[in-house]
Design a protein around this ligand. Structure first.
Ligand code: TXA
Ligand code: MG
Length: 316
C-alpha cells in the first residue's frame, strides 16, 4: 500500500473500494490533484467533496467544531457508511468544500480503503478526497470493472484503480449535517433514521421527508440530491407494469412478468441495495430501452433505495 499511497502523495488519482461504492481519490490538500478529480468526473467545481480519513485522531485537523451528538455519531458509526458535515478548519480549502464553511468527513469501513488511508497518513497525508468514481450524474460504481468502464478514458497512466471486489452496501453513505443544534439527514443511506435516533436520542425522521420542498432547498448543495442523478442510459420506470423486452428489478418474492429480462432478484432489502447499481449497469450492457423496478417498501435502508431510484427515474 505504501507505493499506492506515495502515488497519491505525488498528485496521482487512485480509485479505491469502500463499503458503500468505489471512490476516486486524491490528496485532499493538493489543489491540482483535486482539480483533476473534477475534470475526470466532469463535475461542476462548486460541488464539495468528502474527505476520507483512517481514524478519529485525524478528524480534528479538518474541523473547527463538532457538537456532542456529532461525537456520538462518529464514535458509534465510524468506520462506516456515514459522512458528517462539520464546520471546517483552514485545512479544508475552498477547492474541497466548494467554497462553503463546512467540510464532509468519513471513515470508510473497508480493509483496502483503511490500509490505503493508513499508509497515506504515515507519509504525512491529512486525508483523501473522494467522490463516487463515476462520471457526473451517472450510476455510482460498485466494482473495479465499473470504475474502469466509467472513467477509463479519462484517467492517465499514472493513476490507479484498486480492486476490492463488489461493494458490500452498494449505496452511497448517509450524509448528516452536524452544523446546527439538531442533526439533519441530507442523504439517506445504510445508517438509518432509527439507528441515528437510537444513538443520539433526537428525532431526525423529519429531515428525510423528501416530499417536502423544504428538504429539496436545504440539500441544494448536495450534488447527489439533484433530481437527475444516479441515472442509467435506459429509462427507469418505478412500480409500473413492465412492457415486453424491458429489464426488471424486484425482490425475489415478486415473480418475473412474461417476456421481460430479470436483472436482479434480491432476497432482502440489503441485497437490493447491494445489487441495484450493478443491475442498472447490466441493463445498459444489454442495451435495454427501459428498466422497470418494483421498489422495496418500508423504512430503514428502503428509504435510501427509493431516494436514489426516484432520481434515476427522472432520467438525464
Ligand atoms: O459513500 C460515499 O459517500 C462515497 C464514497 C466514495 O465515500 N462518496 C460519495 O461522494 O458519494 P460524492 O461526491 O459522489 O457524493 C458526496 C455528496 C455530494 O453530493 C456532495 O455535494 C456532498 O456529499 N457534500 C460533500 N461535502 C459537503 C458539504 N460540506 N456540505 C454539503 N454537502 C456536501
Ligand atoms: Mg456521487
Amino acid at each position: 500500500m505504501r507505493e499506492t499511497a506515495a502515488k497519491l502523495m505525488s498528485g496521482a488519482l487512485v480509485a479505491f473500494p469502500t463499503e458503500t461504492v468505489y471512490g476516486l481519490g486524491a490528496d485532499a490538500t493538493n489543489a491540482a490533484a483535486v482539480a483533476r478529480i473534477y475534470k475526470v468526473k466532469g463535475r461542476p467545481s462548486d460541488h464539495p467533496l468528502i474527505v476520507h480519513i483512517a481514524d478519529l485522531k485525524y478528524l480534528d485537523q479538518w474541523i473547527s467544531d463538532i457538537p456532542e451528538y456529532g461525537i456520538a455519531l462518529a464514535r458509534n458509526f465510524w468506520p462506516g457508511p456515514m459522512t458528517l458535515i462539520l464546520m471546517r478548519s483552514k485545512l479544508a480549502r475552498d477547492f474541497i468544500t466548494g467554497g462553503q464553511d463546512t467540510v464532509g468527513i468519513r471513515i470508510p469501513d473497508n480493509s483496502l480503503a483503511l490500509g490505503l488511508l493508513e499508509a497515506f497518513h504515515k507519509l504525512g497525508g491529512a486525508g483523501i478526497a473522494a467522490p463516487s468514481a463515476n462520471r457526473f450524474g451517472q450510476v455510482s460504481p460498485t466494482s473495479a470493472e465499473a470504475v474502469k468502464e466509467e472513467l477509463g478514458d479519462y484517467l492517465s497512466d499514472s493513476d490507479l484503480v484498486l480492486d476490492g471486489g463488489p461493494s458490500e452496501v452498494g449505496l452511497e453513505s448517509t450524509i448528516i449535517d452536524c452544523t446546527e443544534e439538531q442533526p439533519r439527514i441530507l442523504r439517506p443511506g445504510a445508517i438509518t433514521v432509527s439507528m441515528i435516533e437510537e444513538v443520539i436520542g433526537i428525532d431526525v425522521s423529519k429531515s428525510v421527508d423528501q416530499e417536502s420542498d423544504e428538504f429539496k432547498q436545504e440539500v441544494v448543495r448536495v450534488s447527489g440530491s439533484l433530481e437527475n442523478h444516479y441515472a442509467p442510459k435506459a429509462k427507469v420506470y418505478l412500480d409500473q407494469q413492465p412492457v415486453v423486452g424491458s429489464g426488471f428489478i424486484a425482490l425475489e418474492e415478486i415473480e418475473t412478468p412474461d417476456d421481460v429480462i430479470r436483472l436482479a432478484a434480491p432476497k432482502t432489502v440489503e441485497e437490493f441495495a447491494r445489487f441495484l447499481y450493478s443491475a442498472l449497469r447490466e441493463g445498459d450492457h444489454q442495451n435495454l430501452d427501459s428498466i422497470y423496478i418494483a421498489q422495496p417498501t418500508g423504512d430503514g435502508l428502503a428509504i435510501a433505495i427509493r431516494d436514489r431510484l426516484s432520481r434515476s427515474a427522472k432520467g438525464r
